[in-house]
Design a protein around this ligand. Sequence first.
Ligand code: BJW
Length: 224
Amino acid sequence: MRIVVLTGAGISAESGVPTFRDAGGLWEGHRVEDVATPEGFERDPDTVLRFYDARRRAVASVIPNPAHRALARLEGAIGSDLLVVTQNVDDLHERAGSRRLAHMHGELRRALCTSCGARPREDRDLLDRPACHECGERMLRPDVVWFGEMPYELDRIEQAIVACDVFVSIGTSGAVYPAAGYVALAAAFGARTVELNLEPSDAVVPFDDARAGRASDLVPAWVD
Ligand code: BJW
């Protein structure tokens, strides 16, 4: 049975990573257009770099929770029949042991060189303007996908969705495209669709099975 799992901020919430759109969420104190658009970065790069440096350091201090670990166990059981597509820029899935993973909105622990396009692993604060390992320019930004930019690995993700038997959405509000459209794509190609979320999301089409609760309870129960 081929399974595609789409994860969002809700799966990392119980590890201590704030979600975006809940009260007190990540955008609190920031306008989305100031910190998560290319235009915001152009206007005020220091504010954006400070925001992402702080988040990268915060994520380094938290650990995967039972939901991340359950998905890693599922990969251990079914191997290449599973693809985890995450919208999250943290690395909690890989730290839990997942390897078949697509980071469609990029990764906080990587930088993107705006001069040569290199995407090096980068643990230094980007606000300090470190030089690119490839070309030496001091023009690094976080390797994350902002509004108006093209998400990563779309071909691989869509091929897996149209071929899957089960599509599972975990901890995402369904507010951001193209990820929000994946349940409709999966349903159109005959997959059974399942949602595991604190509360039912704003999905474009209803899920076949929607379970409400905390990811750290629902995901292990669904996997095991
Ligand atoms: C729990 C829980 C617990 C809490 N247990 N659950 C079509 C229509 C309209 C607009 C568009 C459209 N297509 C494109 C657009 C424009 C735009 C868009 O979607 N705008 C919307 C505002 C409508 N999209 C884009 O610009 C995208 N690019 C693009 O489309 O390129 C062109 C293209 C064309 C054709 C095909 C393909 C592409 C890029 C979007 C980039 C999003 N980037 C961000 C920031 C990343 C960097 C960073 O982290 O700062 O990604 S925005 C932010 O939202 C982040 C997230 O990955 C993303 C999704 O958020 P998520 O994960 O759903 O979090 P929340 O907070 O919204 O929800 C949390 C959920 O968890 C809630 O439901 C809670 O209930 C639940 N929860 N605790 C279980 N313990």
